[in-house]
Design a binder for this molecule. Structure first.
Ligand SMILES: Cc1ncc(COP(=O)(O)O)c(C=O)c1O
Length: 350
């Protein structure tokens, strides 16, 4: 009954099998290996265009590297104020950019609205006293489990590009968002104006592997060196490549995400039927944020269920968590079983 996150499980079988298959024999080091080259070609097919691909071991590394390619040390990146990049990466983007600043804007469900972005940009002064904005970073899915549609991404990207900003998408849960939306990878990224994507894989079946995908080659010029200095250029690069090979083969990544989302849908249905419980946001991918009576949450914890309390900073207008209630986050993964969900719901009912 562990719904704390989707990184609490290990790797999925096809990923492990691919790692074992790639383990034997000699391969060039530092990313020039066969599995990595194959993944680069596969991602170009999946995204329907040439792109520069850089494999790294963590989402924080991918996000910080992405922003370091887009924002100079004197610049600023704008994101939601609850975004992982601003809240949960220990200042890695600021460190990797050499001192750039992150600005956090409000928005329901950790989603940025075009108007909020436009008003913020219009409020900035061109004075040398201010750090000029150079990038917009959005999370797909958001930290509250919501997804941006292609139209919503395009509206934000149009405003950002119009003001000279590049667009980064933190896709730690890209696959979950993609299958929820039912669109193509191209439609939700470069066709909607995304310049750089963190293509998350760790949360959806890999051991530790993410792909930083740069759609505009000009932005990727410095990336080989930036990645090396960040310590993310693995000498045995094939071990990153092999994970992603297994992840992408036979649409395994999409199957994993569909399973995680289906489990979240089942959990959402059960949770909303609990006395006094409701979802703070519509369930869209593999995270749900229910408001539970405190006694239900306590009963669950006493029964051994694991989940995190969640921030109330981005609740919809009119949603209030009463003193006898608590807002929590429940996350499902490719490995979640129906049995775990049923046990959780039974424990909640007492
Ligand atoms: C929205 C989001 N972005 C990025 C990450 C990646 O972080 P990590 O460095 O832990 O792989 C996470 C992980 O929790 C996340 O939730």
């Amino acid at each position: 009954m562990n719904f704390a996150s989707d990184n609490i499980v290990g790797a999925s079988r096809p990923v492990l099998d691919a790692l074992i298959a790639a383990n034997g024999g000699a391969e060039p080091a530092y990313g020039a290996d066969g599995p990595t080259r194959a993944v680069e070609r596969r991602l170009a097919e999946i995204f329907e265009r040439d792109c520069a691909v850089f494999l790294v071991a963590t989402g924080t590394g991918a996000n910080a590297l992405a922003l370091s390619a887009l924002v100079p040390p004197y610049g600023c990146a704008v994101c939601h104020r609850e975004a992982h990049v601003i809240d949960d990466e220990c200042g890695a983007p600021e460190f990797f950019t050499g001192g750039a600043k992150l600005a956090g804007l409000p928005g329901v469900g950790a989603k940025l609205a075009p108007r909020t972005l436009a008003e913020w940009l219009a409020s900035l002064s061109p004075s040398v006293k201010q750090m000029p904005p150079r990038a917009l970073s959005i999370s797909q899915a958001t930290e509250c489990g919501l997804v941006y549609t292609p139209g919503e991404v395009a509206a934000l990207a149009e405003i950002a590009h119009g003001a000279g900003l590049k667009v980064h998408m933190d896709g730690a849960r890209f696959a979950n968002a993609l299958v929820s939306l039912g669109v193509s990878p191209a439609e939700i990224t470069w066709k909607a104006g995304v310049d750089v994507l963190t293509f998350g894989a760790t949360k959806n079946g890999c051991l530790a592997a993410e792909a930083l995908i740069v759609f505009d080659p000009a932005l990727a010029e410095a990336m080989p060196w930036l990645r090396k200095r960040s310590g993310h250029t693995l000498s045995k690069g094939r071990l990153l490549g092999a994970q992603l090979q297994g992840y992408l083969a036979n649409d395994h990544w999409l199957d994993n995400a569909r399973h995680a989302n289906a489990m979240a849908a089942r959990l959402a249905e059960g949770v909303t039927a609990l006395p006094g419980a409701r979802l703070a946001f519509e369930r869209q991918a593999n995270e749900l944020l229910p408001v539970l009576p405190r006694e239900t949450a306590e009963r669950l914890r006493a029964a051994g269920a694991m989940f995190h309390p969640w921030s109330e900073a981005s609740l919809p207008e009119g949603e209030r968590v009463a003193p006898h209630e608590t807002l929590v986050r429940l996350v499902t993964s490719f490995a979640t079983t129906e049995g775990e969900i049923d046990a959780f719901l039974a424990a909640a009912r007492g």
